[in-house]
Design a protein around this ligand. Structure first.
Ligand code: SF4
Length: 261
């Protein structure tokens, strides 16, 4: 399995394991003549009113004013490598591995010249290390041959790198280059987007498209970080801490553990 497929499968598998819930009302039959975007969204169990979205964003920002990427890195290349390593692995585990990895291989050129077993040895504890080593080595080689040793700054170019799908590309573009080309959809963003009635899509790419439609572009980067923090701290997969949630009065998820609305 390629790392790109692994990235997609990872999100889908985590979503499945987490039992992505349906929002209340999902699947309800619509009045025959209910039409228009708002009526259709409501029929689909979505809650996309602009006022509600604005309030969600306001509360998320207030709750996580300094939310940022948790992967340690000193430049775009290190962030790219760390993001590849984070597939089906915690950021904390990746952060334990990368300091010695980047000491041993301090540049894309060093990674391009390294043998696969040498890279594998360093990243073994992050899991799926054969595929991850192949992706990192392949990305380093392509960076050297096609991009002058520098991480490209467009979605199109990033997607040509082995092991890089939209999630990784969005992380690199947003965090390293402050470019909002999309919304990072990881397991937390996927789960929370369902609970909050922002999408009913299952495929991460479709989820991203739905989010790009309802979230203003100037909030795409911060929104991802805030949702990931919220998913780790409050809206966890099992037994979300709804009594402590600043979004509670806006949330109608079917698996809420406490409700005032
Ligand atoms: S109220 Fe509960 S389910 Fe809804 S966003 Fe908050 S923690 Fe998640």
């Amino acid at each position: 399995m390629t790392a790109k497929k692994a990235e997609k499968k990872s999100a889908a598998a985590k979503k499945s394991a987490a039992g992505v819930p349906k929002t209340r009302g999902a699947g309800a039959k619509s009045p025959a003549k209910a039409a228009g975007p708002r009526a259709k969204a409501k029929d689909a169990g979505l809650e996309l009113e602009p006022e509600r979205i604005a309030e969600l964003l306001r509360r998320l920002r207030a709750a996580y004013p300094r939310a940022e990427c948790a992967l340690l890195h000193r430049n775009a290349w290190e962030l790219l490598v760390a993001t590849i390593l984070s597939a089906q692995c915690t950021d904390a585990r990746v952060n334990m591995v990368t300091p010695s990895l980047f000491k041993k291989f301090p540049s894309p050129a060093a990674f391009a010249e390294a043998s696969l077993p040498a890279i594998e040895e360093e990243i073994r504890s992050t899991g799926f290390y054969h595929n991850k080593a192949k992706s990192i080595s392949g990305a380093a080689k392509r960076l050297m041959s096609e991009f002058g040793g520098k991480v490209p700054q467009t979605m199109e170019e990033l997607l040509t790198l082995p092991g890089v799908a939209r999630k990784t590309a969005n992380v690199v573009l947003g965090v390293a280059f402050q470019k909002a080309e999309g919304v990072v959809v990881d397991t937390h963003v996927l789960r929370l987007s369902h609970r909050l009635g922002l999408t009913r899509a299952e495929d991460p790419k479709r989820v991203e498209e739905d989010l790009m439609r309802v979230i203003p572009r100037d909030r795409w980067i911060a929104f991802s970080h805030e949702m990931i923090h919220h998913g780790r701290q409050i809206c966890v997969a099992r037994k979300p801490r709804c009594a402590d949630c600043p979004l509670e009065t806006l949330c109608h998820a079917a698996d809420k553990t406490w409700s005032s609305v």
